[in-house]
Ligand binder design. Structure first.
Ligand SMILES: N[C@@H](CCC(=O)N[C@@H](CS)C(=O)NCC(=O)O)C(=O)O
Length: 202
């Protein structure tokens, strides 16, 4: 059976969401991101000592976006774009969200919400928020007049960026400047599979 190592309140959520969408049987092997992912046994699977890691038979994969692109391609959950052109777009949004958005969004989340008040640097949060305006506007433009980023149904090309941007919801960020993005993100995160993933799956 597929094994996913991690905990829901981490980037593991992204892959749990994908597994729930795909509907394949899997086991979540609870592995936290402090000490449990630093053991020699775990590092043999993922030398980075980070979660998540997916083990599917002989295939061992790390990097959350790669895991999800693999699951979409391998299992027939309807989340794989139907042609090479749309697949290219799904790769684009997956790499883009990791390179252009994730780091600033994490700064924003930690310094606005996660750290205890005394450890928050509001300047870091403000700078991060300013730097997010351009990429969020790009996403908003791409979603004008459409429900999905890629093709005409929900695919991994939506799930991957939405799973990263779920941190905006966690931070209760005001998205009213980007109404197309806000509508798409709310609709994506309201999917039953996303709700199950937040609880760590069934
Ligand atoms: N690019 C990796 C990042 C993985 C990552 O940083 N995971 C965090 C938890 S959300 C972690 O394991 N951190 C432990 C550490 O940095 O020591 C991915 O998307 O899978």
């Amino acid at each position: 059976m597929i094994k996913l190592y991690g905990v829901p309140a981490s980037r593991t959520f992204r892959c749990l969401w994908m597994l729930e969408e795909v509907g394949v049987e899997y086991e979540l092997v609870a592995t936290n991101f402090s000490d449990e992912c630093k053991t020699p046994e775990y590092r043999a699977l993922n030398p980075n000592g980070k979660i998540p890691t997916l083990v599917d038979g002989p295939t061992v994969l790390w990097e959350s976006m790669a895991i999800n692109l693999y699951l979409a391609a391998k299992y027939d959950g309807g989340l794989q774009p139907s042609n090479a052109e749309d697949l290219g777009q799904a790769y684009k949004w997956s790499f883009w969200v990791m390179t252009e958005v994730e780091s600033a969004l994490l700064d924003y989340l930690f310094h606005r919400v996660i750290f205890p008040e005394g450890q928050r640097d509001h300047k870091v949060a403000d700078t991060a928020w300013k730097s997010l305006a351009a990429p969020l506007a790009i996403l908003d433009d791409a979603l004008r007049g459409r429900d999905n980023l890629v093709g005409d149904s929900f695919t991994v090309g939506d799930l991957n960026p939405a799973s990263v941007l779920s941190w905006l919801q966690l931070a209760s960020a005001d998205l009213s400047s980007w109404p197309n993005l806000e509508k798409w993100l709310n609709a994506s995160l309201a999917r039953p599979a996303a709700a199950r993933a937040r609880q760590g799956g069934e």
